[in-house]
Design a protein around this ligand. Structure first.
Ligand code: FAD
Length: 376
């Protein structure tokens, strides 16, 4: 017996598909409403930490993730200049435990496809090109109206609809993501042979210049700068990335040469927010970036989203009823951990914005690694 037998999920990102997989596997009837028309959306890369990989193993997709992605165990620190000297090789903590690499870089659409396929294989229905337009709830369930005009009654509605969550707004939760002051240029490019891990270049015209391999063939490169209005065409974006990266040598020389129309150059502002109290109102709950966001300075966003879904699903499957004690345990296991990750990720960026020279970056990284190494 589980606390739910029919669940609606809004959003098919990491949080939504993780919940869909676990609930469907547990015998729950799951409908996922995703506003994108299909899975084919283009994307860049993502860096997944060991604690995310541990959850993906629980979902039954780790072998596929490993196959599609690019695993490594250390991060290089380099200096600007033509030769981009390597200043340090920092071992990354294996936060998922010894069975997984510390980090896997991955092409986002590959990850989305693997998770969606697994959810579908287990019986979850993903309805692309739809959303939940409204809902009402009582003590026993939630009545939802879908954008195609259909309606349904569910035991629970999960808002896994990302940063600008419509479900969060419909619940009357007024917390909104705030800008942290940094903006990031990203490009998806062929992997130079000597790129075998994430390297971060500190100093020079931007806060950080870096890259992460996502497969044998491809990788993503990024430049983090003070956030600004960058309403530019893709061609202009390529030119800006080329210009900003001129101070960086080593593999960046080859990356710069390969930047072009096919690189999907993209500019995004970093944000932060945590819904500080309950993430649910009755039988409607938000998880993942709907509930919290952080700059990707520690690359924990996807891991935290997956952990939210894991903990929620475990509780729903282990208990008989959706009651306050379920929500209390959910929040006790998720809120402090997600909050600490958000605060540390923001702190790392803020030290750079403030040009703090003696910041204890290793200490902060160690603390977060220890925290997230513990299963959620
Ligand atoms: C520049 C940048 C770089 C990042 N890099 C990393 C990284 O390297 N590693 C990492 O772990 N994290 C990274 N993150 C964070 C990471 O992308 C997120 O934490 C993670 O994707 C959150 O997953 P989610 O499922 O909660 O939300 P999302 O991935 O945003 O998924 C939400 C889904 O809901 C859908 N949706 C939205 N609104 C509606 C609606 N009204 N109705 C129906 N569907 C809807 C969306 O189409 C989407 O499919 C980065 C974030 C940014 C901004």
């Amino acid at each position: 017996m589980s606390a739910v037998s029919r669940v609606a999920i809004v959003g098919s990102g990491v949080a939504g598909t993780t919940a869909a997989i676990l609930l469907a596997e547990g015998g729950v009837e799951v409908d996922v409403f995703e506003r994108k028309p299909d899975l084919s959306a283009l994307g860049s890369g993502i860096t997944l930490q060991g604690n995310a990989l541990r959850v993906f193993d629980r979902l039954g997709v780790w072998e596929q993730v490993k196959e599609a992605g690019y695993s490594f165990d250390q991060t290089g620190l380099r200096a600007p200049g033509p030769d981009a000297p390597v200043i340090a090789q920092i071992p990354d903590a294996r936060t998922g435990g010894p069975d997984y690499p510390a980090v896997a870089g991955m092409y986002r659409p590959d990850l989305a496809r693997i998770l969606a396929d697994r959810a579908t294989e287990l019986g979850a229905r993903i309805h692309y090109g739809t959303t939940v337009t409204s809902f009402t709830q009582d003590d026993a369930g939630v009545d939802v109206t879908i954008s195609d005009g259909s309606t349904g009654r569910y035991d629970l509605l999960i808002g896994a609809d990302g940063l600008h969550s419509a479900i969060r707004k419909q619940l009357g939760i007024e917390v909104e993501p705030e800008r942290t002051g940094m903006g990031i240029w990203r490009a998806f490019v062929p992997r130079p042979k000597d790129v075998t891990q994430t390297d971060l270049y500190y100093g020079g015209p931007v806060y950080i210049a870096g890259y992460t391999p996502t497969s044998d063939e491809m990788m993503y490169a990024f430049l983090v700068e003070p956030a600004q209005d960058r309403q530019l065409s893709p061609e202009q974006g390529v030119e800006v990335m080329k210009e900003l990266s001129r101070a960086y040598g080593g593999p960046w020389n080859e990356i710069r040469e390969s930047l072009g129309e096919a690189s999907r150059v993209n500019y995004t502002w970093f944000t932060k927010h945590v819904v500080p109290d309950a993430w649910n109102r009755g039988r409607v709950v938000i998880i993942g970036e709907a509930a919290h966001s952080c700059p990707p300075t520690i690359a924990q966003g996807a891991a935290q989203a997956a952990e939210d879904a894991l903990v929620l699903s475990e509780l729903l499957l282990a208990r008989d009823t959706v009651d306050q004690s379920l929500w209390d345990e959910f929040h006790a296991r998720r809120l402090p951990r997600a909050t600490e990750v958000v605060e540390a990720s923001v702190q790392l960026g803020q030290w750079q914005i403030d040009h703090v020279q003696d910041a204890d970056v290793p200490g902060l990284m160690r603390r977060i690694a220890m925290l997230v190494s513990e299963p959620a």
